[in-house]
Design a protein around this ligand. Structure first.
Ligand code: TXA
Ligand code: MG
Length: 340
């Protein structure tokens, strides 16, 4: 326990002096900086290779005063925080005037999330005595697959660690339980738009509706920018194709005949297809999400021509997963035709 708290203390000191620290959350690992230190936040963008007009989520401790960060807190936000915080839900609210532009990419809103992971909470309580906020996007290079273990973060940033690198420390909190990024709900334009679901996740639109009494709508063109909502995102380096279960065997056989090396991610066991690498994920949405990014990284590392993913069910429980898979496959549109 004491080693654990020393690490947390050191990490908090690094953050307080403007350094970057990667830390675990229940969704994915984050790359954290003091949200009120624009130079520190700028280093996140530099480390990730991310455009600086993209806003980052501010993570706060369970006891945080939300009124410090948000200009107004609608009752829907209060109800949702009571129901789902700490947990994998990010709320976009109007930004308080004194919160630096750097965290919101110049927009008038701020994304707030209170994570449930014990290491994230301990860090947030130690940082500025629990009164600060940690700006933290997922700890991966821009557009790449989010990390769900400390090793993924190391793989992602290689030599950017330590005294001479941008990332001063990494806290290891085991494998993230949820495995895909938080649900993002925009409540900053309630009067005009009602609640808007910017990114689906473990907490579903139906669960949100059950708490606030109305179904969130999907983003329109005026919705705030969110990099996790770009068409191409969450992608491995290898091309990705989503293939229906019924077409899986035929597609893989055809690809083999065309001399292609294939890795396969399935969700239901029972197939026996010969491929260069494969990974079977659980057939439940929670289990699948938990293992998805590790599977993508493992299949990416094999060095095949194509990662074939058996398309999961389309029903609403799989919405967050299907959203990530579509974005991972976006840049590879038409790849099956090209490889055959
Ligand atoms: O689960 C998560 O949300 C993880 C962990 C580390 O908390 N974080 C994460 O951060 O996924 P990131 O930056 O990779 O994705 C956050 C998304 C981005 O698409 C960003 O544009 C959006 O949230 N976002 C943040 N603040 C926003 C704001 N004020 N308005 C609109 N979108 C915002
Ligand atoms: Mg991200």
């Amino acid at each position: 326990m004491s080693a654990f708290s020393t690490d947390i203390r050191q990490a908090a000191l690094i953050l307080e002096s403007g350094g970057l620290v990667a830390f675990p959350t229940e969704t994915v690992y984050g790359l954290g900086a003091d949200a009120e230190n624009p130079a520190a936040v700028a280093n996140i963008y530099a480390a990730k290779g991310r455009p600086s007009n993209h806003p980052v989520i501010v993570h706060v401790a369970p006891e945080a005063d939300i009124a410090y960060w948000a200009a107004s807190i609608p009752t829907q936000a209060q109800t949702l925080m009571q129901a789902f915080w700490p947990g994998p839900l990010t709320l976009i609210l109007k930004r308080a005037a004194h919160i630096p532009d750097a965290v919101s990419g110049g927009q008038d809103s701020v994304g707030l999330r209170c994570p449930s992971h014990p290491v994230a909470q301990a860090l947030l309580r130690a940082f500025k005595g629990g009164n600060g906020g940690l700006a933290a996007p997922s700890a991966n290079k821009f557009g790449h697959v989010s990390p769900t273990t400390a090793q993924h973060v190391r793989d992602e940033f290689g030599d950017a660690f330590g005294a001479n690198g941008l990332i001063k420390a990494i806290l290891d909190g085991g494998q993230s339980a949820v495995g895909i990024e938080s649900t993002i709900l925009d409540l900053s334009r309630l009067a005009m738009q009602g609640p808007v679901l910017l990114r689906p996740g473990h907490i579903s639109a139906a669960q949100i509706a059950a708490v606030i009494g109305s179904m969130p709508s999907l983003p329109d063109l005026a919705a705030p920018r969110a990099s996790g909502t770009l068409a191409a995102h969450y992608a491995p380096r290898t091309a990705v194709a989503l293939v229906a279960s019924t077409q899986l065997e035929a597609a893989v056989q055809q690809l083999h005949r065309a001399g292609r090396r294939i890795a396969l991610i399935r969700y239901a066991a029972g197939l026996s297809i010969r491929v260069s690498g494969q990974c079977a994920l659980p057939a439940t949405p929670d289990g699948y999400a938990h293992g998805l990014y590790a599977a993508l990284r493992a299949m990416d590392a094999i060095g095949v021509d194509l990662i074939v993913i058996e398309a999961p069910p389309q029903d609403s429980a799989w919405q967050g997963i299907n959203d990530r898979l579509r974005r991972a496959a976006h840049d590879s549109a038409g790849i099956l035709e090209r490889l055959l």
